[in-house]
Design a protein around this ligand. Structure first.
Ligand SMILES: NC(=O)c1ccc[n+]([C@@H]2O[C@H](COP(=O)([O-])OP(=O)(O)OC[C@H]3O[C@@H](n4cnc5c(N)ncnc54)[C@H](OP(=O)(O)O)[C@@H]3O)[C@@H](O)[C@H]2O)c1
Length: 346
């Protein structure tokens, strides 16, 4: 069976998704959406730096809907609920890098998306490296532990090599601390909070309370990464924690810590582990660290591409499963096991 796929935007994650779709034996790339006017009409392969594919990117949504695609791989910089509903109502499954279960978008939006998926007879699935694959692995680790009491998860990265660092301006990076930026993090990063729902559903945790905490790190000097300026005295790092509690328990049962810094020498200076550290407290305790290294590590771009590959591949790998899933909003908690696909080196 081959599933026809449209790639929705060709930004950092989208470009790697295109490479993953082309390499996957069960997927066929049939189109791409261009948000930027200058990308409209350009060859998708050329936009992704891999040479001509004979498929043009287009900003004509009706034209893309008419391609008869099974799935859209949706990776614009922000989710647009209207567009997602249009795709779902049009009978196209959606895998997305910026949603988990849509709870954070509010009850009305979630209801609309669920209704659109039911109307189209298709499903929506959100993943990435984290939110997505990494917290799914952390939850799976509890499988080997009797009476597990707690799953803790830490993402700890220096994002100064992250090409899309400018996207953090909507979290207040490069600005002076202000409570409005804490609220922005709650909202913009709402799909991180949704990971607690997925892990809770996987592990049968009756969540009774959630907590969100945020600390900032400030740069003492002016710095710039990929054209994004962060002046002295402004936010250049943040530690964000999402916790889930059960009734009568003082300690969180599920805890997601995310520590991002833009370079060294911030105040305070947090230790950075460059990857994911996951721990299960139970009998036995379980611990693992997940780190990545590029297959070819010759240029800084190899590391940048790798970070986008690990975001896009959990989506690409999920497409066949999502296309066969029951209609509605789907998560790792209710889909069958999603795996990679062996590609012989011929
Ligand atoms: N779950 C995870 O692990 C994870 C990890 C990293 C990123 N993400 C998410 O993945 C998404 C894509 O990240 P990225 O680094 O690839 O982002 P990006 O390159 O900055 O942006 C992706 C594309 O969004 C489109 N775009 C830009 N401004 C827009 C606007 N105002 N309205 C609609 N579309 C617009 C552009 O499309 P064109 O190419 O057509 O111009 C752009 O190439 C983000 O939402 C990010 O939060 C998730």
């Amino acid at each position: 069976m081959t599933y026809k796929v449209i790639q929705w935007t060709t930004g950092f994650v989208g470009r790697e998704a295109v490479k993953g779709i082309l390499a996957h034996p069960e997927l066929e790339l049939v189109g791409a959406y261009a948000w930027s006017p200058e990308k409209d009409g350009q060859d998708v392969g050329e936009l992704c730096g891999i040479g001509r594919l004979g498929i043009q990117a287009s900003n004509d949504i009706d034209g893309l809907l008419a391609l008869g695609a099974d799935c859209v791989c949706y990776t614009p910089n922000h989710p647009d609920i209207d567009v997602i509903c249009r795709l779902l109502e049009g009978g196209i499954n959606v895998v997305s890098s910026n949603l988990t279960n849509v709870r954070a978008a509010g009850k009305a939006a979630r209801k609309r998306v669920e209704a659109a998926a039911q109307a189209g007879g298709v499903s929506l699935f959100g993943s990435g490296i984290f939110p997505g694959f990494a917290n799914y692995i952390a939850a799976n680790m509890a499988t080997v532990s009797q009476n597990f009491r707690r799953v803790r998860f830490l993402e700890s990265v220096d994002v100064s090599t992250y090409h899309a660092i400018r996207n953090y301006d909507n979290l207040g990076w490069g600005k002076t601390p202000d409570p409005k930026w804490e609220q922005a993090s709650r909202e913009v990063l709402g799909f991180y909070d949704e990971c607690l729902d997925v892990m809770g559903a996987m592990l049968k945790v009756p969540i009774s309370e959630r907590r969100f905490t945020l600390e900032w790190a400030i740069t003492p000097d002016d710095r710039e990464y990929f054209g994004f300026e962060i002046k002295a005295g402004t936010i250049a790092g943040q530690k964000t924690t999402w916790q889930a509690f059960t009734a009568g328990q003082d300690d969180a049962v599920l805890e997601l810590d995310v520590c991002w810094v833009a370079g060294k020498g911030l105040e305070p200076e947090w230790p950075i582990h460059h990857g994911y550290t996951m721990k299960v407290d139970g009998n036995p305790n379980v611990q693992t660290r997940v780190t990545f290294s590029p297959q070819v590590a010759e240029r800084i771009e190899d590391f940048i591409d790798m970070s986008n590959t690990v975001t896009s591949m959990p989506l690409v790998s999920a497409i066949p499963t999502v296309c066969e899933a029951a209609s509605g909003i789907r998560t790792y908690a209710d889909l069958p096991l999603i795996t990679g696909h062996y590609v012989p080196n011929i």
